[in-house]
Design a protein around this ligand. Structure first.
Ligand SMILES: C[S@@+](CC[C@H](N)C(=O)[O-])C[C@H]1O[C@@H](n2cnc3c(N)ncnc32)[C@H](O)[C@@H]1O
Length: 424
């Protein structure tokens, strides 16, 4: 929660003088020499300020001491630097809070979801973004042409979201207010988006019932709207997905970022995995095939496939196995084996060079024989401590190998593999 002085300094930062100050800061300088940057800026009190002495006094803009304005500008400059990883170039025009940035949806995901949202509702739909944070999702929805009412329980965060709408030229389609999602009637909007807070004072919250607002409230809001989407952590248990919700697990470059639940007019299939690429290539989507039984199980074949995390979280490993004509090594473990090398976005392929029962001694001697100094270790269904194993192996030599630790039934095994790329 920001103090009133911080809120006043943030308001001052949005004035022309504040924006000039912020624009004059080179984030590289702030990273390299934070104290030097602060001293330089504090000395450079704005022209016309009543008190331009080092240390600052009122600067004539909203009555905020120059020193407070400098602190606010330095904070924003630092946050903008960090935000590039999520927002790319857009970060240079946006405003953040540390928590707001941490919890904000990264741009490729927000844009993908907003496109899907806009495709399923009428143009000009009024969406209630009932936990808008600093506004990453709200802005993406507005950029798709929807009207959005952002609501956040934290007044400073709401002020930052409003500033972002203005900074990106979206104020015409966005309104923001401080409010409690739990006290909001979903029927006040044509559609609802809700991304409950999954961080509290003591860090990340894993239990959805402890989200703010809690899972039950988010579900009531979504089910009370004619179209809705709720964002959750990728680990959301499938049992918490209500009937009538379409659950989508989304990864970016192989990292699973979230689960999105779609309701009402936005419902389509029960489960899907969507794989986004940071380079903006079009998403790949895998959906559940109700006609598909349990995948076959087989001993290791020529290739091993490691499904994308979104495929695994969405329980679509059988669909990924069918896509490569493959079988599972073990019915409970998400490694697929096949004699065919098939180009698929849904799993990464490795050529299997050797299969051994797991033993440190044996593995060390095989790696030594191969001169494998670069060892990538992957594991599923194995209790081995990977860092300790790496130290114990002491790999050296010019070669490289991918070591896959897993088990078949209760037999721990180890596959020595090399990366392959199937041409599409
Ligand atoms: C995960 S963040 C939203 C991030 C946002 N979707 C984005 O991408 O920028 C959740 C936000 O919900 C707000 N919040 C928590 N409980 C709330 C409630 N009961 N009503 C409204 N907002 C709430 C928090 O202040 C936080 O800013």
């Amino acid at each position: 929660m920001a103090t009133s002085a911080q809120s006043a300094a943030f308001r001052a930062l949005r004035t022309p003088a504040g924006r000039r100050l912020l624009d004059s800061i080179d984030p590289a300088e702030v990273d390299a020499d934070p104290l030097g940057a602060a001293t330089r800026l504090r000395r450079a009190a704005p022209a016309g300020a009543p008190d331009a002495e080092p240390g600052g006094g009122p600067d004539g803009e909203a009555g905020v001491p120059h020193a407070d304005l400098v602190t606010a500008a330095l904070t924003q400059a630092r946050l903008r630097g960090r935000a590039r990883a999520k927002f790319g170039d857009l970060a240079e025009r946006m405003y953040f809070t540390p928590d707001g940035l941490e919890q904000a949806t990264r741009r490729p995901v927000a844009e993908y979801r907003a496109r899907r949202f806009a495709a399923g509702v009428a143009p000009d739909t009024l969406v209630g973004d009932l936990c808008c944070g600093i506004g990453a999702d709200m802005l993406a929805l507005a950029a798709e042409g929807l009207r959005v009412d952002g609501v956040d329980s934290d007044p400073f965060t709401a002020a930052v979201a409003e500033a972002n709408a203005a900074a990106l030229g979206l104020s015409g389609r966005v309104r923001v207010r401080r409010g409690d999602a739990a006290l909001t009637a979903p029927g006040d909007y044509d559609a609802v988006f809700c991304d409950p807070a999954r961080r509290g004072k003591r860090g990340r919250i894993f239990d959805p019932h402890a989200y703010s607002p809690p899972w039950g409230t988010a579900m009531d809001l979504a089910q009370g709207a004619s179209a809705a989407c709720v964002k959750a952590a990728p680990g959301i248990p499938h049992e918490l997905v209500p009937d009538g919700a379409s659950a989508e697990w989304i990864s970016v470059d192989g990292d699973v970022k979230e689960a999105a639940l779609w309701f009402g007019a936005l419902y389509d299939v029960p489960r899907r995995a969507t794989l986004l690429r940071g380079d903006g290539r079009s998403p790949a989507t895998l959906t559940a095939d109700p006609g598909l039984g349990a995948p076959p199980v087989a001993a290791p074949r020529r290739y091993l496939y490691e499904p994308d995390g979104a495929v695994i979280r969405a329980h679509l490993v059988a669909e990924a196995a069918a896509a490569v004509g493959g079988a599972l090594l073990d019915p409970h473990i998400a490694y697929i084996t096949s004699d065919r090398l098939v180009a698929t976005p849904f799993a990464r392929a490795y050529a299997v060079d050797d299969v051994l029962p797991f033993s440190l001694k044996r593995l060390r001697s095989v790696l030594r024989e191969r001169g494998a100094g670069t060892v990538t270790i992957k594991k599923r269904g194995s209790a081995v401590d990977v860092e300790k194993l790496r130290r114990d192996l002491r790999p050296s030599g010019p070669g490289s190998v991918v070591v896959v630790l897993t088990r078949i039934g209760d037999r721990p095994i180890c596959l020595l593999c090399s990366e392959v790329t199937a041409s599409p």
